[in-house]
Design a protein around this ligand. Structure first.
Ligand code: F6R
Length: 612
């Protein structure tokens, strides 16, 4: 949430900063702002998206080779121009951008007000920059020291960048809990919330750690210190990110591009791990901690949103194949409910962004109690990847559309590999079943390609349901989490109320909602409980509900009962979520297009939820 960018170098900063904000807009788009050093500080901000900031700034002075910029997802204070970042200190000598939340801002604000400091916004961020300036004056210390002293008294999460009118060739950055990357180019430095604004200028980056502060000065080397003033040696890493992956490449929206990328992202998540000839799965992270996994009392998944749905699929996979007891926890609940965990447990955090605040907090809690911390994550260098004892990356490539699609199928792919590997090591799967499943997994990328051919059919179907107000999604077994995921996708991007349910649970309540206006999406591929799902469909039809069925190719029984049928290729039930979720992603996408919704940046949402 919130994207921050900074630049200090020889080039004009403004175009670089705007370009960076566009890349980070997925993190929030309530307001945007920029501050440029050019003699004084020229600061411009507007409500709304980056494009509105650009329009506003068109006739302004944007000169300067040092600057900071911000795109906001509002936490404290409504999304308007006053609350937009950057924020000035009272003297307007300092400007600050911030991603995160200062939890004790009220206490600090009251103290400052008593000392005569005047505030203009309702944000926690303004409190921080006013506090830094207050300390600078009161303690007669330089800006670095004042920042260290202020941050030592702050409770909460932050990634910040500060510029100063009096020291125009310097930027100060710091982080605690929110992500921050520093790019080191030739005679220039870039700062950003993630690597996407940096990649076209340099591949050399430094990821700041919690409670570290970076001092960036023209013609000097990057300096890193802790809040307690301990000097640190910057660890420079090479970025491996493909610039094309950050562009729409001819698709109308990132979401559609990402849906269509799934054959590749699944293939990339399998590549180098699955060896069909030798019947082996190579996953270094699991093998390094093989005994901890095999002897685990429980595996506990912790995640949020779509990643939590992937974790539910993981529960079915690991319990069925590897016979290890699994629990799936919302990170936001787990962290506050004093869970019973010890060193016999393995906690697996699942996250696309690797920055979700609740997931990070759940991991820290589990770590403090001695559990092994594993992560399944899409972003190399992210906080979740760095906090784990070991992990497996999903290799889905950058996911930019706010609604998660290819990350989900990549997570389920990695979970399938983990379940199969653990089952093989534990001896809970027969050689022939293992063989059959790995061979089938290997065909999944091409079966996803085939599934994507339903796109036109789903687009036509979306026309029928454009103005429907409620949807029900039902599935059983491996496809129950897919029902949840389908409903979430529809809610997120088309703002239609939708609920996902285990199909048989319907008669314990939701069945009361069914009438001829209620479309019910039933995920019913061939499975061990196919007959049970058929009965559930009959219950819906008896109440005149409209059934949209996702079935295996050539299906006769469910197809005869349903109003609309979408066929997917045959696969083993265990792998079916990787196919059955695709038409649901497309359905939500096309309905949202017909409703003229903001597909890649749905209202009120942000991609990387770095506040709790
Ligand atoms: C749904 C979606 C969110 C995320 C959730 C967790 O389309 O994008 O529900 O899945 O915020 O995010 P990560 O996976 O980055 O931890």
């Amino acid at each position: 949430m919130c994207g921050i960018v900074g630049y200090l170098g020889l080039k004009e900063a403004y175009p670089i900063l705007i370009n960076g904000l566009r890349r980070l807009e997925y993190r929030g788009y309530d307001s945007a702002g920029v501050a440029l050093i050019n003699g004084g500080i020229n600061l411009y901000k507007t409500k709304g998206k980056v494009s509105e900031l650009e329009a506003f700034v068109v006739d302004k002075n944007t000169k300067g080779t040092v600057g900071i910029a911000h795109t906001r997802w509002a936490t404290h204070g409504e999304p308007n121009e006053i609350n937009a970042h950057p924020h000035f200190s009272e003297s307007e000598k300092l400007a600050l951008i911030h991603n995160g939340i200062i939890e004790n801002y009220n206490v600090i604000k009251e103290k400052l007000i008593k000392s005569g400091v005047k505030f203009t916004s309702h944000t926690d961020t303004e409190v921080l920059i006013q506090f830094i300036e207050f300390i600078q004056k009161a303690e007669k210390v330089d800006l670095v020291k004042a920042t260290q002293l202020a941050l030592s008294q702050v409770v909460g999460a932050y990634a910040i960048v500060i510029v100063s009118r009096d020291e125009p060739d310097m930027m100060i950055a710091a982080r605690n809990g929110s992500p921050l990357v520093i790019g080191i180019g030739k005679d220039e430095f870039h700062i950003a919330s993630d690597a996407s604004p940096i990649i076209e200028y340099t591949r050399d980056v430094v990821y700041l750690d919690d409670e570290e502060i970076a001092i960036i000065k023209r013609n000097e080397k990057l300096q890193i210190k802790t809040l307690k003033d301990q000097q640190k040696t910057p660890f420079v890493e090479k970025l491996e990110l493909d610039l094309c992956a950050l562009e729409k490449e001819g698709y109308e929206h990132f979401m559609l591009k990402e849906i269509f990328e799934q054959p590749k992202s699944i293939r990339d998540s399998i590549r180098g791990r699955l060896n069909i000839e030798r019947d082996t799965i190579a996953m270094a992270g699991i093998i390094d901690f093989e005994q901890r996994f095999l002897n685990a009392r429980r595996i506990i998944f912790t995640a949020a949103g779509t990643s939590w749905h992937a974790a539910l699929v993981g529960e079915y996979l690991i319990e069925e194949l590897a016979r290890i007891s699994v629990e799936v926890e919302y990170a936001s609940e787990f962290r506050y409910r004093n869970p019973i965990i010890d060193e016999r447990d393995v906690v697996i955090a699942i996250s696309q962004s690797g920055e979700t605040a609740d997931t990070l907090a759940a991991m820290r809690l589990a770590k403090s109690k001695g559990a092994l911390i594993y992560s399944i994550c899409n972003v190399v260098g992210s906080s979740i990847a760095r906090l784990s004892d070991a992990g497996s990356f999903t290799h889905a490539g950058p996911e930019i559309g706010v609604a998660s699609t290819k990350a989900f199928t990549a997570q389920v792919t990695v979970l399938t590999l983990i379940a199969l590997l653990l089952a093989q090591k534990k001896g809970t799967i027969s050689k022939s079943k293992f063989n059959q499943l790995i061979n089938e997994l290997d065909t999944i990328p091409s079966k996803v390609e085939e599934t994507l051919k339903v796109s036109e059919q789903v687009r036509e179907m979306a026309k029928i349901f454009t103005y429907t107000r409620n949807f029900l999604y039902l599935g059983r077994g491996y496809n129950f989490p897919v029902a949840l995921e389908g409903a979430l996708k529809l809610k997120e991007i088309s703002y239609i109320h939708a609920e996902g349910y285990p199909a048989a649970e319907m008669k314990h309540g939701p069945i009361a909602l069914i009438d001829k206006k209620m479309p019910v999406v039933v995920i019913a591929p061939v499975s061990g409980i196919y007959d049970k799902v058929v009965s559930n469909i009959q219950e819906i039809k008896a109440r005149k509900g409209k059934v949209i069925a996702i079935v295996s190719k050539g299906d006769k029984i469910v197809s005869a009962l349903s109003d609309y049928v979408i066929e997917i290729p045959h696969t083993d039930e265990v792998l079916s979520p990787l196919l059955s979720v695709i038409p649901l992603q497309l359905l939500s996408y096309y309905i949202a297009v017909m409703r003229d919704c903001e597909i890649d940046q749905p209202r009120n949402l942000a991609k990387s939820v770095t506040v709790e």
